[in-house]
Write a protein that binds this ligand. Structure first.
Ligand code: ASP
Length: 634
């Protein structure tokens, strides 16, 4: 019970910016203090808890701002007392009375209003409430998430949820303030548009006025913000809703909110520099109690981040970097010579043998090792080699016998491992090796409590590969954004070996080009990403060709932007940051649903509104549509 009443000063300060008196109340339930002793007051709110001692009834009255104890004494106010005996949890009531200091010894230090109580003269029931399907006044109650989503309005009454919505509101306010300070203007862009690809499927909306045609909901305002730059807006931002029809693995939502921005006459450093300043300002304004680990934010080349952390969104609150075993496993001729076939063959085939060192885990049980091996296999590794460092430095483990004392010393040295540590090794293709070890690193970092949960550790990752090969469609797929620019020195690489942009092959120079693409990561999550764009129409057409768009397709899909670029486009670049993610990270939540008022389930349902639902027959008719069923997946 105590926890539920423990509202921090910080949340109530920002939550009570102005006098909030209304005809129903003179004060909020979080406002009365000893200074108000003797004053008349009116409060209105929900019954958080009621305690009935016969002639005395105590009601903890709650609103968004806090909780105040109301005392109703039959001797002083018989009618009010009679009403108070009828109220139940979550009834909405209005109380009038006089503020009094509590008896010495009965103060509640956990409540900001805990030194006083309201002695009721009158109690009025404004609305009754059914017994809620879960406890609203117990912060520790475990409640099934689908029940919370079904009755989200009740869930939002719970303090933890209310607090997170307040934090999110402060976050958005701070974002707006920072942008206005730095000369940005907020522009709204439409939601009924034409497809803007961000790598997901579009949600489409049939047009009634133009039967047989559809709008697409924006996957992002990408094209529109670039058009705003052509429009001379110079610095744009928006708290933008984006819609992406994806299979909702992990922590995805079909609609989410991003801070979307674009700037003119900039290079990479200008955008990254502004974002860093803004992110620091916003963090300090929203969660002043949380330290930012490193300023300026560390900047990693994409290749370097993958090599060292096995991730393009590294959590750098702790070290435990990946290390390369290959140099230590080579014989005098430089060829792999560990004697352990899997290592030697992997290296000979151009793969990688890398590891991580888990401090102090040398004594891990068989079961723990099996479990970590399963984990590695789940992400595609063929196996996981473990070596524990014994007293004196000797390595123990199923393959230790293959490694000469010199090799053991080299492995230990590369791992930075000491007695009692556990070395975990993956031998596979470069991609799988890095990915699996990167995931193991995060998993073990969590288990070993290596990251300080208070710290905000921002970093940049940039110079991503411009494209990745799409073997199925024989095209170069943009790794991030189809409009991303190439780093100036790689511009000549935007070509194919055949010389024809329509005849593409995996070995094309385009595969080596790096993009002016930057991501910002926070505590192991990708917080945002953006790029300096291609603003030269010829180069844009070349890039689109490599991505497999024919001239006609380009005109059809990106006609407006291609045309606009013929009327003078300034050099420009931008970025988008996930606001749901930012709010979740600020409040240390594992899922973005915890910071969204009305999120959807994994299958895209709104359990409260019961959406999606079948359209009316009339709607079908107006739109000229007929449901023909879904073709079975082959
Ligand atoms: N449009 C990109 C996205 O939504 C961000 C950007 O490049 O500005 O991810």
């Amino acid at each position: 019970m105590a926890g539920s009443q423990n509202r921090t000063p910080e949340s109530s300060v920002s939550a009570q910016p102005a006098p909030l008196a209304t005809p129903y109340r003179t004060h909020t339930c979080g406002q009365l203090r000893v200074d108000d002793d003797g004053a008349d007051a009116k409060l209105a709110g929900w019954v958080h808890r009621r305690r009935d001692y016969g002639k005395l009834v105590f009601i903890d009255l709650r609103d968004r701002y806090g909780i105040t104890q109301v005392v109703v004494d039959a001797a002083d106010a018989a009618e009010a007392h009679e009403t108070a005996t009828r109220v139940r949890s979550e009834f909405v009531i209005a109380v009038e009375g006089v503020v009094a200091r509590r008896q010495p010894g009965t103060e509640n230090a956990k409540l900001e209003t805990g030194a006083v109580e309201l002695q009721a003269r009158s109690v009025r029931i404004l609305n009754e409430a059914k017994t809620p399907p879960f406890y609203i006044n117990d912060p520790d109650a475990t409640i099934d998430e689908s029940l919370r989503l079904r009755y989200r309005y009740l869930d939002i009454r719970r303090e933890a949820m209310a607090r997170r919505l307040m934090l999110r509101s402060r976050l958005v306010q701070a974002i707006r303030e920072a942008h206005h300070t730095h000369g940005f203007i907020e522009v709204e862009t439409p939601n009924l548009i034409k497809s803007t690809p961000e790598g997901a499927r579009d949600f489409i909306v049939p047009s009634r006025l133009q039967p047989g045609t559809v709008y697409a909901l924006p996957q992002s305002p990408q094209q529109l913000k670039q058009l705003l730059m052509v429009g001379g807006v110079d610095r744009y931002f928006q708290i933008a809703r984006c819609f992406r029809d994806e299979d909702m693995r992990g922590d995805r939502q079909p609609e989410f909110t991003q801070l979307d921005l674009e700037m003119s006459f900039v290079d990479e450093a200008t955008v990254m520099g502004f974002i860093e300043t803004m992110v620091i300002e916003v963090s300090r304004a929203t969660v002043p109690e949380r330290p930012i680990r490193t300023i300026p934010f560390p900047v990693f080349e994409y290749d370097d981040a993958m090599e060292r952390y096995g991730s393009d969104k590294p959590d750098i609150r702790f070290g435990m970097e990946l290390f390369d075993l290959a140099p230590g496993l080579a014989g005098p001729d430089g060829q792999p010579a560990s004697g352990f076939r899997v290592f030697d063959e992997t290296l000979a085939a151009g793969g990688r043998v890398k590891g991580i060192c888990a401090p102090g885990m040398g004594g891990a049980s068989r079961r723990e090792i099996d479990e970590l091996t399963e984990f590695a296999k789940r992400f595609g590794a063929r196996g996981l080699v473990h070596l524990s460092v014994q007293e004196g430095g000797e390595l123990h483990g199923p393959i230790a016998k293959f490694l000469s004392p010199e090799m053991q010393a080299a492995v230990r040295g590369a791992a930075g491992a000491g007695e009692g540590d556990l070395i975990l090794v993956v031998a596979d293709t470069a991609g799988t090796t890095n990915d699996v070890l990167g995931r193991l690193r995060v998993e073990l970092g969590g288990r070993l409590g290596l990251a300080n949960p208070d710290e905000l550790s921002y970093c940049w990752i940039h110079h991503f590969p411009m494209y990745q090969w799409d073997a199925e469609h024989h095209r170069w797929d943009a790794t991030h954004n189809p409009f991303s620019g190439v780093v100036p020195e790689d511009e000549p690489l935007l070509t194919t070996t055949s010389g024809d942009l329509g005849v593409r092959d995996e070995g094309d120079p385009a595969g080596r080009a790096k993009a002016m693409q930057y991501d910002i990561a926070l505590n192991g999550w990708e917080l945002g990403g953006g790029s300096v764009r291609i603003w030269d129409p010829q180069l844009l057409a070349r890039s689109f060709n490599l991505q497999g768009y024919t001239v006609e397709q380009m005109r059809e899909r990106f006609g407006a932007i291609l045309e606009a670029f013929e009327y003078g486009a300034p050099p420009h670049g931008g970025i988008a940051l996930g606001i749901d993610r930012w709010a979740a990270l600020f409040s240390n939540q594992a899922t973005i649903r915890e910071v969204m008022a009305f999120p959807k389930t994994q299958s895209g349902s709104d359990l409260m509104l019961e959406a999606p639902s079948a359209p009316d027959e009339e709607q079908y008719q107006e739109l000229g549509l007929r449901f023909v069923g879904v073709p079975e997946k082959r």
